[in-house]
Design a protein around this ligand. Structure first.
Ligand code: PLP
Length: 448
């Protein structure tokens, strides 16, 4: 049978696997893999002749998949987890099997319209003007880079003459921001943050005397390590005063604009020239999906549009033309905003608000559970869904051993972090199915 014809048996086997995976409740955590075992399982599979589909699928299901820690398990509380809705996962399959791309209006108007409906919703919640628009890219790192390249070019137009313009960032900004500056040929002007929150005053002090070299200010709406939302109002209005580009990295915490309870803290987003939120984090979309929204998308278009004879056909004067490829450093792109669009449409935005509020509530419950255990100490009140705490008397080595044992026992995946120079424990809650019992079990495992 030709590989371009549908093999019904293969389809049944793969669909059955997908159905089973979608129905897992709870999703097991699974383990990191052992290289020698993985190599042995893969040995000889890629050969001039094909293998039986059942054999290949069983290598995946029995050897490879269990060696991937499931970031959609409700016990995955490390880094930033994932919690895609079933609707979003199902529609991701539609996007894949329809080869749905979202590169240009000419090729993909239907997909682009739906993606833009979601970008519009996010822009409205962020308080950005009606002209705002953007694109879904692969992740927060790609979004930060794409936005900061626009900021750099706009600073040149504004007359910032420095060969390497500066970008004010807090010492808590995500690692991808400094990588983006490196790629874009700019230098970080690191603003020390006393309480780990970037404030207008600290920014003003740090920038003093270097205003003419400043291309942009980056604020974080939900720091990765502690979930702190910078003072977006003060920082944004100062950036405006200077004429510098104001970029807000909400890759993790930006999703909380869906929550009526915390949205007031995001008021300063209205000053943003660009704003990033990763639906593959706290907006319950599958990987890989980050929304990048510009106040004035025309500026991004002037920087990112790729020109070539074979692409001229994409660029017309038609007012409805919207080419997602023009708003980031990419050309061909998967219509990766569609799983979120579908899930939002079938569940409604209230369900998103409630799911985000559930994680905020669980963070508060976790602080109470920590408070009831004399061997634990809360390090700061959570602002979003990250909780930092210490086990008294533990060394860094103790945290690492405990973290590994938790995984071996399949109780949870919680990795230590470094906070103010000290190794401590950190939870990041996103999954609505994470229960206070699961959290209690993890805390008990740190007991005397
Ligand atoms: C605040 C922040 N910005 C950017 C990123 C990078 O996002 P991605 O991993 O999707 O590239 C993260 C990832 O955790 C983040 O928390």
């Amino acid at each position: 049978m030709s590989m371009f014809e549908l093999d019904e048996r293969m389809a049944d086997l793969v669909m059955a696997y997908c159905r089973e995976r979608l129905a897992l409740d709870p999703v097991p955590l699974d383990y990191p893999g052992v290289k020698a075992e993985l190599d042995a399982a893969l040995d000889g599979l890629l050969a001039p002749g094909g293998q039986d589909v059942e054999r290949v699928l069983s290598v995946f299901a029995e050897k490879l998949a269990p060696a991937v820690i499931s970031c959609d398990s409700p016990r995955f509380l490390s880094f930033i987890p994932a919690a895609p809705t079933k609707a979003a996962l199902l529609f991701d399959m539609v996007v894949s099997c329809s080869s749905l791309q979202g590169t240009s209006w000419l090729e993909a108007a239907g997909a682009v319209s739906a993606e833009n409906q979601v970008i519009r919703l996010i822009a409205d919640l962020a308080g950005l003007p009606p002209g705002a628009g953007g694109v879904f890219v692969s992740g927060g790192s790609a979004a930060n880079l794409s936005a900061l390249v626009v900021a750099r070019d706009m600073s040149h137009r504004r007359g910032v003459g420095a060969a390497r313009p500066k970008v004010a960032v807090s010492d808590q900004a995500h690692a991808s921001v400094s990588k983006a500056l490196h790629v874009a040929g700019m230098d970080a002007l690191v603003v020390p943050t006393g309480g780990n929150r970037l404030t207008g005053e600290a920014l003003r002090r740090a920038v003093a005397g270097q205003e003419d070299q400043l291309a942009a200010v980056v604020a974080t709406a939900g720091t990765t390590n502690a979930g702190i939302v910078d003072d977006l109002e003060a920082v944004g209005s100062y950036a405006r005063e200077l004429g510098a580009w104001f970029h807000v990295d909400g890759a993790y915490g930006g999703a909380a604009v869906f929550s009526d309870r915390v949205r007031p803290r995001y008021r300063g987003l209205r000053h943003a020239d660009s704003f990033v939120v990763d639906p593959h984090k706290w907006l319950f979309a599958p990987f890989d999906c980050a929304a990048l929204v510009y106040r004035d998308p025309g500026k991004a278009k002037a920087v990112h549009t790729q020109d070539a004879g074979y692409l001229d056909v994409l660029h017309t004067d038609a007012p409805e033309e919207w080419n997602p490829s023009d708003y980031a450093y990419h050309l061909t792109r998967r219509a990766r905003g569609l799983p979120l669009w579908f899930s939002l449409a079938v569940h409604g935005t209230d369900a998103y608000r409630d799911a985000i509020d559930a994680a905020l509530d669980l963070a508060v419950t976790a602080t109470e559970l920590i408070g009831r255990r004399p061997y634990l100490e809360l390090l700061r009140e959570p602002e979003l869904s990250v909780v930092l705490f210490r086990r008294t008397g533990w060394s860094a080595d103790d945290y690492h051993k405990w973290s590994m044992q938790l995984l071996v026992d399949q109780v949870g995946f919680v990795t230590p972090t470094v906070w103010l120079g000290e190794t401590v424990a950190r939870f990041c809650f996103l999954h609505p199915n994470t229960t206070s019992e699961m959290v209690g079990d993890i805390l008990d495992s740190m007991g005397p």
